[in-house]
Design a protein. Structure first.
Lengths: 12, 92
């Protein structure tokens, strides 16, 4: 798997 | 901004969990949760409360065969965002 900028999604 | 010698750790009550409904990794805190993508999960998997940020990014650079400066920049942004939202603490 290649490196990518990580993503955060908040569960509301 | 997190520094190389800082030691990140998950505070009491925060843990990584596999959400089988969403089929995704999530980071759970009391009454709050965020979903993680594969890279976010990989970064958090390296955090054990004893290794420094520099050691963690070096391990990730070897694992992903990617430039260490890219990994350090993205990881610092990611962990900084978690720290701002109290999902992560740091021993300086």
């Amino acid at each position: 798997m290649a490196w990518n900028k990580p993503i955060i999604r908040e569960i509301e | 901004m997190i520094a190389d010698h800082d030691i990140p750790y998950l505070p009491r009550g925060v843990r990584v969990h596999r959400d089988r409904v969403r089929d995704a990794w999530v980071l759970l805190a009391p009454e709050r949760a965020i979903t993680l993508d594969a890279i976010g999960h990989a970064i958090l998997s390296e955090i054990d409360g004893t290794r420094s940020f520099g050691e963690i990014t070096a391990a990730l650079a070897a694992r992903y065969n990617a430039p260490a400066e890219d990994i350090a920049r993205d990881s610092a942004g990611f962990l900084g965002a978690l720290h701002d939202r109290r999902f992560l603490e740091v021993h300086s």
